[in-house]
Design a protein around this ligand. Structure first.
Ligand SMILES: *Cc1c(COP(=O)(O)O)cnc(C)c1O
Length: 358
C-alpha cells in the first residue's frame, strides 16, 4: 500500500484561479456519523466518479485511516486508480464486467459486482474468485431478478456481499418497504458473507435497512438527501474564485454574453475566474451568489466558460487578485437550481485546484 500523502495536494497557491477547499476532518466526521447511524453494521464508502468529484485517492486515504474497509466504484479503471491505497479485496466494482475487464479487476484486487447470469458465466470462465452479487429488487437498473438467485451459475459464485439498491430512499415512499421485503426474501437462500442494502439516505430508514454493511456516498461529501441528515452532516467542499478584474460601469451598460443584464444604475462589478467549464453551471445565472468578506455579490448576466461577472457594488475595497467565496451549499443550491446534489458534486471540473485541509 502506498504511503498516505504521496499525492497530497494541500498547498493553497496564489496561482489558483478557482479552487475547491476540501475538509478531510469533515469527510471523516461524516463517515463516523454515518457509521454511528448504521448501528452494528459496518460502513463502507461509495467513491465512484472520483470520489463524487472531490478526488478518490484523497478520500480513500482519509477514510481508510478512519477505519473504512469497503470501497465502491463504478468502473474497473476507478478501482485501479485507488488499488495501491487499500489491501486486496477492499474494492467492489458496481457496473459489473465484460470479459475484457477481468485483467484490470485482477490487477486492482477488486471484486466485480455480478449483475446478470451472463456476468456470472464470464466470471466463472475467467477463473472466478470472490465477487459480489447485485439483486434488482425494484429499480430495473442493474442486478439479477430475485427468481434468478437459484440459477446454478449464481449458486456457484463465491459471494462476499449480496446487495440491492434503493430507488427512493430519499423519499417517504412505500417502495422502500417493498424493496426491503424483496431483498430479505431474495437473499434468504443466497450463500454470501455479508448483506448490504442502504445508501446514505437508506441509513436513515432504520436498522431494518442496515444488514451487515451500509454504502453511503453523497453524505460523506456533505450532501443532505433527507432532512434527518441536515443537522449532522458537515460540508466538505468550499468553492472560491479569484477576482480577475474590478470595474465601475455606467447605468445602461450591458453585462456578459447576450447582454441579458443591463445595469439599471452605475455599479461596480467584479469578474471572477470560474465558469461552466469548472462545473459552475449556466443555470446559476440569476441565482448564483459570490461573497467577499461575507457580503453577497449576485451573479450578473450569463455564466461564461471561464468567468462570471458579479455585482460588487457593496464589496468595498475588493481588488484584483482577491478570492471570493462562491455559495455552493449542496442542499440549498439544489433547492434553488433544481440541480441534484449528486450532479453539483460530480460536475465539478478538473480545472479546479483541489486543496485538502486536514
Ligand atoms: C452510488 C451508490 C451508492 C451510494 O449512494 P448515495 O446515495 O450516494 O449514498 C450505494 N450503492 C450503490 C449501488 C450505488 O450505485
Amino acid at each position: 500500500m502506498a504511503e498516505r500523502g504521496d499525492d497530497a495536494n494541500t498547498e493553497v497557491s496564489p496561482t489558483d484561479q478557482a479552487r475547491l477547499t476540501l475538509s478531510g476532518a469533515a469527510l471523516v466526521a461524516n463517515w463516523r456519523m454515518l457509521a454511528g447511524l448504521s448501528g452494528s453494521a459496518q460502513t463502507g464508502a461509495a467513491v465512484k466518479a472520483d470520489g463524487y468529484g472531490l478526488g478518490a485517492r484523497e478520500v480513500v486515504q482519509r477514510l481508510y485511516d478512519a477505519g473504512c474497509r469497503d470501497f465502491f466504484v463504478a468502473q474497473p479503471a476507478e478501482a485501479l486508480a485507488i488499488a495501491d491505497l487499500v489491501p486486496p479485496n477492499s474494492i467492489a466494482v458496481l457496473n459489473g464486467l465484460v470479459a475484457a475487464d477481468v485483467p484490470d479487476l485482477r490487477a486492482a484486487g477488486a471484486r466485480p459486482v455480478i449483475n446478470s447470469i451472463t456476468q456470472a458465466q464470464i466470471w466463472h470462465a475467467a477463473g472466478g474468485g470472490l465477487c459480489d452479487l447485485m439483486i434488482d429488487t425494484g429499480m430495473a437498473r442493474l442486478g439479477i431478478a430475485p427468481e434468478e438467485v437459484a440459477a446454478p451459475e449464481v449458486a456457484a459464485l463465491d459471494i462476499d456481499i449480496v446487495m440491492s439498491h434503493l430507488a427512493s430512499a430519499d423519499e417517504d415512499s412505500a417502495q422502500n418497504a417493498c424493496q426491503l421485503m424483496a431483498f430479505r426474501e431474495a437473499t434468504a437462500a443466497v450463500k454470501a458473507r455479508r448483506r448490504s442494502l442502504a445508501n446514505s439516505a437508506g441509513i436513515t430508514l432504520g436498522k431494518d435497512y442496515h444488514f451487515d454493511l451500509t454504502r453511503p456516498g453523497l453524505s460523506l461529501y456533505g450532501g443532505v438527501p433527507v432532512a434527518a441528515l441536515a443537522d449532522v452532516i458537515q460540508p466538505v467542499a468550499a468553492l472560491s474564485a479569484r477576482v480577475a478584474q474590478v470595474r465601475d460601469i455606467a447605468s445602461g451598460t450591458a453585462v456578459g454574453y447576450g447582454a441579458t443584464f443591463v445595469a439599471p444604475q452605475a455599479m461596480r462589478t467584479a469578474t471572477l475566474t470560474l465558469g461552466y467549464a469548472d462545473g459552475y453551471r449556466r443555470a446559476f445565472a440569476g441565482t448564483g451568489v459570490a461573497r467577499w468578506r461575507g457580503g453577497a455579490m449576485p451573479v450578473l448576466g450569463r455564466v461564461s466558460m471561464d468567468l462570471i461577472i458579479v455585482d460588487a457594488s457593496a464589496a468595498d475595497g475588493i481588488a484584483e487578485g482577491d478570492y471570493a467565496d462562491i455559495d455552493y451549499d449542496l442542499a440549498e443550491t439544489e433547492r434553488i437550481s433544481g440541480i441534484s446534489q449528486y450532479e453539483l458534486l460530480t460536475g465539478l471540473g478538473h480545472r479546479l485546484s483541489r486543496r485538502w485541509v486536514g
